[in-house]
Design a protein around this ligand. Sequence first.
Ligand code: ATP
Ligand code: MG
Length: 365
Amino acid sequence: MPEIRILIVEDELLIAKGLSRKLGKLGYQVVNIVSSGESAIASATELKPDLILMDIVIKGDMDGIETAAKINEIFNIPVIFTTAYDDEETLKRAEKTGSYGYVLKPIKDRDLNATIKMALSKHQQQRELQKSLAEIEAINEEKNRYLSIASHDLRTPLTAIQMSTSILQDYEEKLTREKKSQHYSRIKSAVNNMNQLLEDILTLSQVESGKLVLNLVPLEIIQFSRNILDDLTDLTNAKQSFELVSLVDDCTANFDEKLLRYCLINLLSNAIKYSPEGGKIILEIRVQPENIIFYIQDEGIGIPQKDQGKLFQEFQRASNVGNIKGTGLGLSIVKQMIDLHGGKISVESEVGKGTTFIVILPLNL
Ligand code: ATP
Ligand code: MG
């Protein structure tokens, strides 16, 4: 155990020396002896002791209790009072400062040691409590952040749905077939957006709370990837061309199907979203003895060098997105899932030329 460092505040030198000797014998280290409130605060600031033994009656303008209250405001150092008088009044006043106990003079070794031990353990408990409180607060804050983002992002598609349904209802007769179909498409895509966002937030909270466990099943990865590409082309009316590149025709290994689908869909959706019409998107798969590597490559807007490092954090987007919509959640979820799989994700990109995301997953054969 590291040595406990103690500051003594006592204006009678003889008593202070005696106390210091006792503490030394008990195995504590006395870091300083001071005789007034002001010098106690200065010494506490400089030396950051683990504990302060404070005489109640000391030199200067402040007595020991006032000094302890001041120290309490600035630092988190337990204070034990030493006093020759055990009158109710004084002890009550001491208690109000959040005192960690007191010892009566003349001080007995056993009292001293027991009081110090109690004070240190009480202080330790309080620190742990504070730590858990801070953690709970952080979790709460995180939840609030999701809620506010979610409600904000759900409002946009909801407004679109509201507007289109009103128009459809009010102008039922006058709308051309084409116009009607446009409104139906708008509603559908708004519902899709909302679904996607909800799914993202649920998945993220599962990943973060450690509730998402891997469910490994044998999967033939090449056909699996081809299916995802096909689905995505159909679903998004993508204006880009897709290509699957692989030297092997099949490769079966154990993967969590849901996670892998989620990751590939997210990375490919980004490639679609951040690419111009007519761009080419390539999903290349390379199988190595121990790993499988996915390259998701596009000819889109690219990502500025300075933004590349932060994209895997929640709600972070690159500076060049312009008015392309997004929450900045996708990649952070993808990264956490890949971590869970024991894999790695990285990015290579040049603004205006294109982006390649590289995912390396261990092959669990
Ligand atoms: P969503 O949560 O809806 O996916 P998003 O696409 O903005 O929103 P991420 O998928 O996490 O969020 O991506 C984070 C950011 O990384 C994007 O906002 C974008 O700036 C950048 N980015 C990701 N993929 C590409 C890409 N293929 N080309 C260019 N920029 C990209
Ligand atoms: Mg995205």
